[in-house]
Each structure stands twice: as C-alpha cells, then as structure tokens.
Design a protein around this ligand. Sequence first.
Ligand code: IMP
Length: 178
Amino acid sequence: MSIIRIHDKNFKPYITAEAIRKKVAELAEALNKDYKEKNPVFIAILNGSFIFAADLFKELTIDAEISFIKLASYKGMKSGGQVITSIGLDTEIFGRHVVIIEDIVDTGKTLNEFLPQLQHQQPASLKIVALLHKPEATIYPMKVDYSGFEIPDKFVVGYGLDYNGLGRNTPAIYQLLE
Ligand code: IMP
C-alpha cells in the first residue's frame, strides 16, 4: 500500500483491509450473541457507513432487518453544521431492538441530534455500532456500545469515508499526512 492523493491532500495507509475484515467479524460475533432471537433492526447512516454496513450485515447469522437513513453534519474536513434528515426511516421501530450503524463517531454531534428522534419512537433498546471512534474529538459524549477502532483525532478516508466526496472506494483506511 502506498500514499494516495485526494483533491489537494496526501493520505498514508492506516488500517489494512485485512485488519478491517477481522474487526468486522469480531463486531458481528458480538452482535450475533447479544441479539440472538431479538430480531433487531439495524439502521445504517448514509453515506459513509454503506460499505461497513454491508460487510457487517453479511456476517450476521441471526434474523435481522436493515434500513438506511441519510443525515448530514459534515462539510470538508471539519465536523459541524446542521444535521439534516434527507431520507426518512421507513421501518416501524416501536418496541424493536435497534442498532445504529455508523462509519465513524467524531464529535458525536450527528448521533446526539439523531438519537432523541429515535428514542421518541420508543424502541425496546437502542445501541450503536461504529467502525471508528475518535474519543479525543468528543464534544457530545456518546456511548459507542460496539466500537471497532479507537483512533486519534486525525482525518481519515477510505472504506466508505470521504474527503469532499472522494476517497470512499478503497478497501483500506488512510490517514491524512501532515
Ligand atoms: P460527528 O457528528 O462529528 O460525530 O461526525 C460524524 C460524521 O462525520 C461521520 O459519520 C462522517 O461522515 C464524518 N466524519 C467524521 N470524521 C471523519 C473523518 O475523519 N473522515 C471522514 N469523515 C468523517
């Protein structure tokens, strides 16, 4: 693996495809155990989580449903701005066990705004699985129930994550070279 260039920035290899595959399998194993016979509803947050959600969902051996929602709170390389729901949830979650699938939890703003909307619909339980978590970037404290990799507060791309629209289509994750 070598350095890649996206727009005006260089990124170095950070988490290999193989390490991601192993981590996804571990997360799925924990979910298979904890949600056996609970028929959970997974809600993947687009766009960033589409690759992680697909890989994770394939590893689930339990009965499970999946739905997708699109929110936005990110422009360029700084988190923030309004959280907008642009694709609504089409699944009834009242009384259901819900697991949110996120690519990365950064400041926590997105989930901080979205979770109360879901709680309002009275799910039986509500948990979060995130491939990446930047604890140092926390502004809105968020319990990530199933966390893949805890990473420093540095910008990353690949495996679904983008930098201004590009860089999502790599099997590995890359970190900004400063
Ligand atoms: P939060 O609301 O600050 O927790 O940010 C969550 C969203 O910001 C994620 O779902 C990503 O779409 C985006 N994001 C946060 N950090 C990064 C990063 O390092 N690279 C690419 N996107 C990121």
